[in-house]
Design a protein around this ligand. Structure first.
Ligand code: HPA
Length: 267
């Protein structure tokens, strides 16, 4: 049995074997939603091979259960490339999600914005990304499945459903392009000017490798950034992880409303 099948069996043994429909990965400061799920929480440390989610502001547990009548698997923390130098650090959790029956994945993150019309406290729906790190989680994958098309990586139907849900909740949700810099240091103002010229609207240190892995696994994907700051050089505001954690809850409240609303009609 593969490692992901073994872990899926372990999880089903604890949480029941009804198929999961949607997976969600919660970014820095966005872990509250995991507490809203009516189900079973399993700490990552009980799941061999799961990341030790060593970033403060994350909540390293998997919660499987019901949210708005939909069976979800919520990952309260993620592994970042910058923690280990491994681009595929989230591969096993996403393989497990797939083995649990999920077809869709919603990723969330904290990000810095370049757009004055998407200020801190707002959310941005990813329409596309720029992999500026140059790293790819599929390097070393031996099969032809590694040649994953990325033209519509962010699922149009899921994006439309999330946009509609935001409208119904009266929440402004603009589209934008997310650029992945590896971190863990924040970007320089020159790096921000550069990536802005290249067409990005926001920057962060996660999500892109997960999108690539999810598409590789055949999961449909959507992603939302909670904007915690204007990117380096764009305002006098201080950029720090403390600031990210302090600001993320502003977006988290809106994010929760949008996700709940999107789940209701069956995303
Ligand atoms: N840069 C990278 N990652 C981030 C930022 C940022 O400005 N804000 C929150 N996460």
């Amino acid at each position: 049995m593969s490692k992901s099948a073994e872990l899926a069996a372990l999880i089903q043994g604890r949480a029941g074997d009804a198929p999961v429909r949607i997976g969600m990965v919660l970014g820095s400061g966005l872990g509250h939603l995991a507490e809203q799920v009516d189900g079973t929480a399993i700490p990552y440390e009980d799941l061999p091979g799961f990341p030790h989610a060593g970033v403060s502001g994350h909540n390293p547990k998997l919660v499987i259960g019901d949210l708005e009548g939909v069976r979800v698997a919520v990952f309260g923390g993620r592994a970042h490339y910058y923690e280990s130098g491994r681009g595929d650090a989230m591969r096993l959790p996403l393989e497990v999600l797939k083995a649990l029956g999920a077809e869709q994945l919603i990723l969330t993150n904290a990000a810095g914005s370049f757009r004055p019309d998407i200020p801190p406290g707002d959310l941005m729906l990813l329409s596309d990304h720029i992999n500026f790190s140059g790293r790819n989680p599929l390097i070393g994958e031996p099969t032809d499945a590694r040649f994953v098309p990325m033209t519509q990586a962010y699922d149009p139907a899921m994006r439309a459903a999330l946009t509609q849900a935001a409208q119904a909740e009266g929440i402004d949700l603009k589209d934008g392009v997310y650029a992945w810099y590896s971190g863990p240091s924040f970007e320089t103002p020159a790096e921000i000017r550069a990536i802005k010229i290249l067409g990005a609207d926001a920057v962060g240190m996660s999500t892109v490798p997960e999108v690539i892995l999810a598409r590789f696994l055949g999961l449909r994907v959507a992603a939302i950034s909670s904007i915690t700051n204007m990117a380096a050089g764009m305002s006098d505001e201080n950029i720090s992880h403390e600031h990210t954690k302090a600001m993320a809850p502003l977006g988290a409240a809106k994010l929760e409303k949008i996700l709940r609303r999107a789940l209701r009609p069956g995303l």
